[in-house]
Ligand binder design. Structure first.
Ligand SMILES: Cc1cc2nc3c(=O)[nH]c(=O)nc-3n(C[C@H](O)[C@H](O)[C@H](O)COP(=O)(O)OP(=O)(O)OC[C@H]3O[C@@H](n4cnc5c(N)ncnc54)[C@H](O)[C@@H]3O)c2cc1C
Length: 417
């Protein structure tokens, strides 16, 4: 139980994880200070696909990766890229990541991620309930788009895993595909449709408005870069920023990919790597999908957003300091043209962001020992989906309440020696 009457709880990083945490802490009666080196919602939370992906329980490191990764790397239209210069420093992470690419690990990870993800649409609705932000959270179906039934069948392992969480699609072929999504070109002839999903139509603006809501309700946001944490008797007492020290009753690290540097400052070497992802927004599009979808051949999400049609995805393994590459952007253009051959638009906007990814695909949610330093980062492909629940779970821990899911698998202490 943290007493925040004398000094605030400081939340470091105003992406979806940090902003959600700040709001739930504030609702629980805490004095909360939210810090970010930039404006809220400008990190990975800015440019993602906007999918509330409760279905994304099966990790990228599935046994299928042994089959798919070499194929993707050799195929110029494959969705996996490597920044070759970063490979030596990424090797330990890659080794650990691939050690999970087996059936046993996949089932274990699914068992851990399912309780975090299954109610994500409801969690977002709870976060915005009785606020002016309710319009952001949309119910939808979600379609996985395949060239044909045999491509869907080749994905059988992934669907067998999703079925463990009762995620069973309706499979459409032939004319039903174009009746459901008329903008799809004739190279795509199979849809696997899940009901009861959700999406956000501008994730960056959503997070910015959540931060405004936090301030409107009495919370404080300060633009400052955190450079270290100050401790006394093993407990954090200060957050040290580029503008000076700030006393705190607890500190919560929700700094996305940059959390790795802060964790290093407190003596923990966390194997967090950047899965770099890209988006292209097609402005003033002539067509929009009826519901969000995933083009499975290119592993990118397609979502009708306020600013246009956003196609976002691909994975490029590399350092988050390295410049953006052109190849993933060109691929998104190429594959979008193939998927939607009739699409016209007035211009495009392009972006790169960093998925903060752990080799075991599980975010770090919990307290580091009894240090009053808490973590809420490492959400890989599902940070928008799981951010609000992460904030609620951290609030439970800070209030000394027993969370309603087992947080042991997410404990940051799994990296303490
Ligand atoms: C192309 C792409 C598509 C994606 N699609 C989806 C999707 O459809 N659904 C989904 O659920 N997820 C998706 N994701 C993943 C999702 O975007 C991330 O998991 C999520 O945004 C991570 O949120 P975060 O709050 O942890 O980090 P971020 O949003 O990156 O926020 C971290 C914040 O911390 C701040 N910060 C960092 N260091 C410091 C410091 N030292 N001091 C102060 N502030 C600091 C940063 O400025 C930043 O604002 C996608 C990601 C990409 C790249």
């Amino acid at each position: 139980m943290i007493d925040s009457t004398v000094a605030p709880i400081v939340v470091i990083g105003a992406g979806i994880c940090g902003v959600s945490t700040a709001i739930w802490l504030q609702r629980s009666g805490h004095q909360v200070l939210l810090l970010d080196k930039g404006s809220p919602g400008m990190g990975a939370s800015y440019g993602n696909s906007g999918l509330l992906a409760a279905w994304s329980i099966d990790p990228v490191s599935s046994p299928q990766l042994w089959r798919d990764a070499p194929k993707y790397l050799l195929d110029p239209n494959g969705p996996l890229f490597l920044k070759w210069a970063s490979i030596p420093s990424l090797l330990p992470w890659l080794r650990q990541f691939m050690s999970h690419a087996n059936d046993t690990s996949t089932r274990r990870i699914i068992g851990h991620l399912s309780p975090l993800l299954y109610d994500s649409v409801e969690q977002h609705k709870s976060l915005v309930r009785d606020t002016t932000l309710q319009r952001w959270v949309r119910d939808s179906k979600f379609s996985f788009v395949y060239p044909d039934l045999s491509a869907f069948n080749a994905d059988a392992y992934s669907w067998k895993m999703k079925a463990l969480a009762d995620l069973v699609p309706t499979v459409l072929t032939g004319a039903a595909v174009r009746e459901t999504e008329p903008m799809l070109g004739d190279t795509f002839n199979c849809l696997a449709v899940l009901e009861g999903q959700g999406h956000i139509t501008d994730p960056g603006q959503y997070v910015a408005e959540l931060a405004d809501h936090f301030c409107h309700e009495g919370g404080r946001f300060v633009k400052a870069k955190v450079v270290d944490l100050g401790k006394q008797n093993g407990c954090v007492t200060q957050v040290i920023t580029d503008q000076g020290p700030i006393p705190c009753s607890a500190a919560i690290i929700t700094s996305g990919i940059w959390s790795k540097d802060l964790m290093k400052k407190i003596g923990l070497n966390i194997p967090l790597a950047a899965e770099r992802g890209y988006h292209v927004v097609f402005q003033n599009p002539s067509q929009l999908p009826n519901d969000p979808m995933l083009i499975t051949t290119g592993k990118f999400g397609v979502n009708a957003m306020d600013m246009g049609l956003r196609c976002a995805g691909t994975v490029e393994l590399g350092d988050h300091h390295a410049a953006a590459s052109r190849a993933p952007i060109k691929l998104l253009h190429r594959l979008t043209r193939k998927a939607f051959p009739q699409l016209e638009y007035s211009g495009t906007d392009e972006w790169m962001g960093f998925r903060p990814s752990m080799p075991d695909s599980k975010p770090l949610i919990g307290e580091i020992g009894n240090s009053k330093v808490f973590t809420g980062f490492g959400h890989q492909h599902i940070g928008l989906t799981a951010g609000p629940k992460t904030g609620r779970l951290l609030t439970n821990l800070i209030d000394g309440q027993l969370p309603n899911i087992d947080l042991e698998p997410f404990s940051p202490d799994r990296f303490r020696q």
